[in-house]
Design a protein around this ligand. Structure first.
Ligand SMILES: [Zn+2]
Length: 153
């Protein structure tokens, strides 16, 4: 027979209360405190790369973090738009070709405008009542000057 004996003790232990992320490129740091639920503040992105056999980095696994600014500057060096880039659920961009054109224009001008390469008819079709009419009419004024503006549905 065995009877377990209990006694109240106070012990000291290490507890994770947060972390500091450092951007591998620019060195900027981000402090995140778990107790203050600051995880949402962490806009650094973590990258994991595994290299297979016979690659130049045979069997290596890399991991690094980039802050948003460095990530955007990295993307600006791309020739081809990354899948999904600025293209969420509510995007008006319908295919890869249009996505690429908007991306290339953004690289030149710094302005991301999903309506830039739409025809007047395509912009008109977006007037479903869910899309901001001023946004649509601004695009018509800019890219199809002289064409009639849309009325709010
Ligand atoms: Zn950075």
């Amino acid at each position: 027979m065995k009877e377990i004996k209990y006694q109240t003790v106070t012990e000291t232990r290490e507890k994770e209360v947060g972390y500091i992320k450092t951007c591998n490129k620019c060195g900027k740091k981000k402090n995140v405190n778990h107790e203050k639920n600051e995880e949402w503040r962490d806009d650094f992105k973590e990258f994991y790369l595994d290299f297979g056999y016979e690659s130049s980095f045979d069997g290596e696994s890399w991991n690094f973090d980039l802050c948003e600014e460095c990530l955007i500057n990295f993307i600006k060096q791309f020739k081809h738009v990354p899948n999904g880039f600025k293209n969420g659920n509510y995007s008006f961009i319908k295919n890869r070709e249009e996505h690429q054109k908007v991306f290339e224009s953004w690289l030149e001008t710094g302005i991301w405008d999903e309506l830039e390469f739409k025809t007047y008819e395509e912009i008109s079709e977006l007037n479903t009542g869910w899309t901001n009419i001023d946004y649509l009419n601004e695009a018509i004024k800019q890219y199809h000057p002289g064409r009639p503006l849309l009325d709010k549905k």
